[in-house]
Design a protein around this ligand. Structure first.
Ligand code: AHR
Length: 503
């Protein structure tokens, strides 16, 4: 069966500039993200310093513009001093977030060097759980201070880099609205604390840009914004899409549901600025997002969730956050990129959770790595998308079920578009959400296209994914179409397709 759809593309109709910081990644001390993923001393795949070279290569292809560290939940119990100086002198510490023992061999300098290797802006998340504002200000001093004679600056100068690191992005804590967090608190208490911490961080370094903890809860967000609005530049939101009864439809309904949260939260950012006379923008930073069906956790319901009991990943025993990913998950990731492109003034930073091994597009083995299906839409967008968001007008002749979403239905075709004014290049991305119907798509373009490149991510089974045994079962197939004779495309059911061309 086939349904018809049309998309009208006018490269003069732009929504605005897309902030390159939406293409970030998150790495936390959880499971094998850092140890065994990013950093694996002794592995034949690592360099002399311990960085996994195969991970660097796969991560570089994702061009992460910003990298968030050290957590997540881990950040709320992390003391940065444990991770500086000679490695052999660093203390081993118990991490209460995930129940692991961390030898602190990967610390601030190792992280900042990794950012330089990947070409990513560092984003450090402060410990507002067991830490103090003094500790935070000293971390800022250690990273950015220029004034000799201050102990933290001297310490950095004795270290491997010496020069100020110029870290601009600082998180004011993590998910403190949740019982699972060190320092779980109320919106009002957090907001007052964030206002003070943010104020002092800015007094010390006016270049610091601060991210306040938001939630998928308007009440929480409004309290934070109206109390701490003068001290923050971003409101953080986290989105994880879980497969429910109908795994296919519920996963694909995730990103559009998050779109509604973004619209709601951004309205509050505007409201708070007006109320408080704040001229600076306050925008949304989605610093954790991804498909997290907890498949591996659910696979053994007899074991309690790692959130409840901690997670002994450093022993290599419990790897329950190592999600397998399939084609439908990749479709959700592609749709999420469309959401961010549709709201370029609202979402100005995002870091995908996470980069390697735990809920991640890259999975390391002892000898190499597997790129999960979700790696592909990220790589395609970051390689091909333009700097500006295109307004697309679409007409779709079919709908799909969208459990949990207002209206419970979505258009079967989901489209996103960008434009690069310098190259005069259009990039279009399509998710055919229909599991069973192909889509006959007509692109109505104002003008003649140049030669067209396309990519298609598809497999007959939407639940198929890449594994160690079959690492390349699902990869994006590239084609050079030349100057297209017609602007009609046939999109396979449950597929992701991109086209890029000059106008
Ligand atoms: O990304 C895994 C965890 O999920 C993070 O540590 C936490 O912030 C979230 O609950």
């Amino acid at each position: 069966m086939t349904y018809k759809a049309e998309v009208l593309v006018d490269p003069r109709r732009l929504r605005g500039r897309i902030d390159p910081l939406i293409y970030g990644q998150f790495i936390e001390h959880i499971g094998r993200v850092i140890y065994g993923g990013v950093y694996d001393p002794g592995s034949p795949n690592s360099d002399k310093k311990g960085y996994r070279l195969d991970v660097i290569e796969a991560a570089k292809a994702l061009k992460p513009s910003v990298l968030r560290w050290p957590g997540g939940n881990f950040a709320s119990g992390y003391h940065w001093r444990d991770g500086i100086g000679e490695t052999r002198n660093r203390p081993r510490r118990r991490d209460l977030a995930w129940g692991a023992i961390d030898d602190n061999s990967f610390g601030t300098e190792e992280f900042l060097e990794y950012c330089r290797i990947l070409g990513a802006e560092p984003y450090l998340n402060l410990n507002m759980g067991t830490g103090s504002v003094d500790e935070a200000l000293r971390w800022l001093e250690y990273c950015n201070g220029e004034e000799g004679g201050i102990p933290e600056v001297n310490e950095r100068m004795r270290g491997p880099h010496g020069e100020p690191h110029g870290v601009k992005y600082w998180g004011l804590g993590n998910e403190v609205y949740g019982w699972w967090q060190h320092g779980h608190t109320t919106a009002q208490q957090y907001a007052e604390q964030a206002r003070e911490w943010g104020k002092l961080m800015r007094w010390q370094d006016s270049r610091a840009r601060l991210i306040g903890v938001g939630a998928n809860d308007p009440d929480w967000n409004w309290t934070v914004l109206k109390t701490a609005g003068r001290s923050i530049d971003y409101l953080s939101l986290h989105f994880y899409w879980h497969a429910k009864d109908d795994a296919y439809s519920s996963t694909l309904a995730g990103p559009p549901a998050s779109e509604q949260e973004i619209i709601t939260a951004y309205g509050m950012c505007l409201g708070a600025r007006k109320l408080m006379g704040v001229e600076r923008p306050i925008t949304i930073c989605v610093d954790e997002w991804g498909v997290w069906s907890k498949t591996a956790v659910q696979a053994d319901p007899s074991k309690p969730s790692p959130m409840e009991v901690g997670f002994s990943a450093r022993s290599g025993i419990d790897t329950r956050f190592e999600e397998p990913y399939d084609l439908k998950d990749a479709l959700a990731v592609a749709s999420w990129l469309h959401v961010m492109w549709r709201h370029p003034e609202k979402v100005t930073m995002a870091t995908q959770a996470q980069m390697v091994n735990a809920i991640a597009p890259i999975h390391t083995t002892k000898t190499g790595l597997v790129k999960h299906t979700i790696w592909w839409p990220l790589a395609m967008a970051r390689e091909q998308a333009g700097s500006h968001s295109l307004i697309l007008v679409t007409r779709t002749g079919a709908e799909v079920e969208a459990p949990g979403l207002t209206g419970e239905h979505l258009p079967a075709l989901d489209a996103g578009g960008t434009f690069d004014p310098e190259k005069s290049q259009v990039h279009l991305s399509f998710v055919n959400r229909s599991r069973v119907e192909e889509c006959e798509l007509t692109i109505d373009l104002m003008g003649q296209p140049g030669p067209m490149d396309s990519t298609t991510l598809w497999h007959e089974d939407p639940f198929a994914g890449n594994t160690e045994k079959e690492p390349e079962l699902i990869v994006a197939k590239r084609a050079n179409i030349g100057v297209p004779k017609s602007m009609k495309l046939i999109l396979n059911p449950h597929s992701h397709t991109t086209v890029t061309f000059q106008v």
